[in-house]
Design a protein around this ligand. Structure first.
Ligand SMILES: C[S@@+](CC[C@H](N)C(=O)[O-])C[C@H]1O[C@@H](n2cnc3c(N)ncnc32)[C@H](O)[C@@H]1O
Length: 209
């Protein structure tokens, strides 16, 4: 593998599971590069003061910060110990006050009770999830009846043209496939928003249980 390929493979690995020193840099980069997508996803979720919200795969933690401005209690789940460390350092006061609860875990096995959450957001995560049916079933399990789920993804057609992503294991799925797996999990699509974002199109699938 050439230098360029090995750099790209390393970056792709870090995006899916930030770790170590490089992971810290990736956390800050994610907050900067994905800002518009995360801001719009949280706006589409529209959590209110009495609600409990969850960000799955929160990465650099921007989504947690935005949810904390709106929701009563916020949960954050990520598989990356580095991202959990970063969030623990960034949100000491909110954790101490019981407003933020962090958990290490996967979207396919969420460390939360059935029906314990009103609103779930997850942006730029499903590229790293093989068993999407299990993941969306977990989202449906932790949502209360009437709860909402906003899933944010880069445009699959445009992402599919990037060798860096396709050569390095990103699971790029058509929007129709995501919608179908959502429906199978009992999450019905209420709205599909799309917008331009950082040279890539971005989609928000807003669904409800
Ligand atoms: C590309 S980052 C996106 C971070 C943030 N949501 C954003 O849009 O900027 C992907 C994040 O998802 C996490 N992740 C990957 N696979 C996951 C899984 N199966 N369950 C939970 N989190 C996962 C990674 O550790 C990483 O923090």
């Amino acid at each position: 593998m050439g230098l360029r390929e090995s750099f790209r493979a390393g970056l792709a690995r870090q995006l899916g599971h930030p770790s170590g020193l490089r992971g810290r840099i990736v956390g800050a980069m994610l907050n900067r590069r994905n800002r518009e997508a995360v801001v719009r996803a949280v706006a589409a979720l529209a959590p209110t003061g009495g609600e409990t919200a969850l960000d799955i795969g929160f990465g650099g933690g921007l989504g947690l910060a935005l949810l904390l401005n709106e929701a009563g209690v916020v949960h954050g789940v990520d598989i990356s110990a580095a991202m959990l460390d970063r969030a623990r350092r960034s949100f000491r006061a909110e954790i101490a006050a019981g407003r933020l609860v962090l958990g290490e875990g996967s979207m396919t096995a969420l460390p939360l009770a059935d029906g314990s959450v009103d609103a779930v957001v997850s942006t730029n995560t499903v590229y790293f999830v093989d068993d999407l049916a299990a993941a969306f079933a977990e989202v449906a399990r932790v949502l209360r009846p009437g709860g909402r789920f906003v899933l944010g993804i880069g445009d699959p057609d445009l992402m599919g043209r990037s060798r860096m992503l396709t050569d390095n294991g990103f699971r790029i799925r058509p929007v129709a496939e995501l919608e179908s797996v959502l429906a199978t999990a009992g999450l019905s699509l209420r709205r599909h928003e799309r917008f331009a974002h950082g040279g890539l199109g971005f989609h928000l699938l807003v669904s409800g249980k």
